[in-house]
Design a protein around this ligand. Structure first.
Ligand SMILES: Cc1cc2nc3c(=O)[nH]c(=O)nc-3n(C[C@H](O)[C@H](O)[C@H](O)COP(=O)(O)OP(=O)(O)OC[C@H]3O[C@@H](n4cnc5c(N)ncnc54)[C@H](O)[C@@H]3O)c2cc1C
Length: 465
């Protein structure tokens, strides 16, 4: 089933991009002029979400993305990110996830009304989400009985065997979250579908357009845009901008909001993909195979040092039906010397070994005798996180030279490892800021404040001291 969903998602994305390239106005128009209300820069998860949220609010939107149609490098690259909602009452991350699920439904409804054959399974794969942690973190789940999502908990090896059929170390505990659309979210599908919806609503998505300069004018902004295919450059004037350039945010805003260069730091992270060998997989009984599937996505911090924590999920199934598992570590990140070339950097032997050992540790919970020899390295690549000092993202008006908030420039940035599950909600907040509107919902307000202008100013002042 999951295989079918992933296969459908992949073909849907490919068809989506193909349609945009071949059948949309993108190719037919020779320049970008138009009566645009807002220009969104960056067509990753955040810019694509903001563009759609603005388009459905009646704005004429132009989305500029420097990559040439198929998204090959960026924080949003890939088919699976963990989506999960467990958190204490009032938790902003839960709110962002739940709001994204609700908005995804509206996106799917809208596309269906336009005759598109899409559904929520193109965006989400529902599966249990496993949090396996060292006992020293038990305090962090004291809130569990207070929240409404369904979960199961085992704090002893006996409970883990009885409830999940797992072999839990004596100094660890496991929480399993069960909820519709908790599991994984497919960034590639979200990007493709929001682009289609934006176009259907009269907006335009222009690929292969690099904004090489952004400057202020007396009544708005001027953009210098290079058409990557032709090398031709053009100027565009617009009153309102959403900046969603991910790790390139500092570079993009250097003239108009130079503080973001310090506020957001790109860091290299890596992902490794391992296939469970066909022979081992075929020898597992159906309940053992199901047990393995249910162990993903998994967040494993059974070894209580930051660098040892891992996240893993089934990225896809091969043609023989064997799972390909993706693993990475939020604290396996490193500094970047040259941002443009980081995507080509291969994994070191030490990184591959860290990934393999971490995955074996997670899979050892199954007690099925899986060793490193049963995992074949499929691939691996480097990618980039954009980090703020507190690791909490920004969705904020940019400051002007006099320190006041610029109503015409909204920045979404520093999304680190949390952005995907809340992607449509970050876009919604950015659209609200551009349109100077708000929502009375307390959780929305808390999220907006956490990501907002006052905090960004405090962070910025801290850098100056
Ligand atoms: C390894 C890894 C694992 C993750 N795991 C999870 C997870 O499990 N759950 C979760 O919720 N989140 C996860 N995330 C986080 C999530 O994927 C990111 O937060 C999100 O993808 C960030 O999207 P973005 O749009 O801000 O950035 P990007 O995807 O980088 O988009 C920025 C875009 O702007 C374009 N651009 C830049 N400069 C210009 C310019 N001058 N002109 C035109 N275009 C420009 C770039 O080409 C790019 O496409 C993970 C991230 C990584 C890297």
């Amino acid at each position: 089933m999951q295989k079918r969903i992933l296969a459908n998602s992949v073909s849907l994305v490919v068809i989506g991009f193909f349609t945009l390239l071949v059948g949309s106005p993108v190719k037919a128009q020779s320049d970008l002029s138009g009566d645009w209300d807002v220009v969104v820069i960056g067509g990753g998860l955040m810019g694509s979400s903001a563009a759609w949220q603005l388009a459905r609010s009646g704005q004429k939107v132009l989305l500029l993305e420097k990559q040439v149609a198929v998204y090959t490098q960026g924080s949003s690259f890939g088919e699976a990110r963990i989506s999960r909602s467990l958190g204490p009452p009032g938790d902003i991350w839960s709110y962002m996830h739940n709001r994204t699920v609700a908005d995804a439904r509206e996106l799917i409804d809208m596309l269906q009304q336009h005759g598109e054959s899409v559904d929520m399974n193109d965006i989400y794969s529902t599966s249990p989400v496993n949090y396996v942690r060292h006992e020293s973190r038990l305090d962090s789940i004291a809130y569990l009985p207070e929240q409404h999502d369904r979960y199961e908990l085992a704090t002893t090896p006996e409970q883990a065997r009885e409830r999940f059929g797992l072999m839990l170390p004596h100094d660890a505990f496991i929480v399993r979250e069960h909820k519709d659309y908790s599991g994984t979210i497919n960034p590639s599908a979200v990007i493709s579908l929001t682009h289609r919806a934006t176009t259907l609503l009269g907006g335009r998505v222009a690929y292969g357009r690099h904004v090489s300069r952004l400057s202020r004018t007396s009544d708005g902004f001027e953009l210098s845009i290079i058409d990557i295919a032709s090398g031709r450059s053009e100027q565009l004037k617009v009153e309102k901008i959403v900046s969603a350039a991910g790790p390139y945010t500092g570079e993009l805003l250097q003239e108009v909001a130079p503080e973001f260069d310090r506020l957001i730091t790109p860091k290299r992270v890596f992902l490794a993909f391992f296939e469970v060998t066909p022979q081992f997989w075929e020898e597992l009984s159906p309940p053992e195979q199901l047990g393995l599937r249910n162990l993903f996505p998994g967040i494993n911090s059974t070894v209580p040092t930051r660098g040892a924590g891992s996240f893993s999920m089934i990225e896809r199934f091969t043609d023989h039906g064997t799972p390909v598992i993706k693993i990475g570590g939020h604290f396996q990140r490193s500094d970047i010397q040259e941002l443009d070339s980081i995507w080509q950097q291969s994994l070191s032997e030490a990184e591959i070994e860290w990934a393999r050992a971490s995955l074996v540790r997670h899979l050892s919970l199954l007690g099925i005798g899986l060793t490193a020899d049963h995992l074949r390295l499929d691939s691996g690549y480097s990618c980039v996180y954009s980090l703020t000092t507190s690791e909490v993202p920004y969705v904020t008006n940019a400051p002007m030279a006099d320190g006041r908030a610029d109503p015409g420039l909204v920045v979404i940035g520093g999304l680190s490892g949390v952005g995907a599950k809340g992607s449509l909600a970050y876009g919604a907040i950015a659209a609200d800021l551009i349109l100077n509107r708000s929502d009375t919902d307390a959780d929305y307000q808390a999220a907006r404040q956490a990501f907002g202008f006052e905090r960004m100013r405090r962070d910025s002042l801290a850098f100056q001291q």
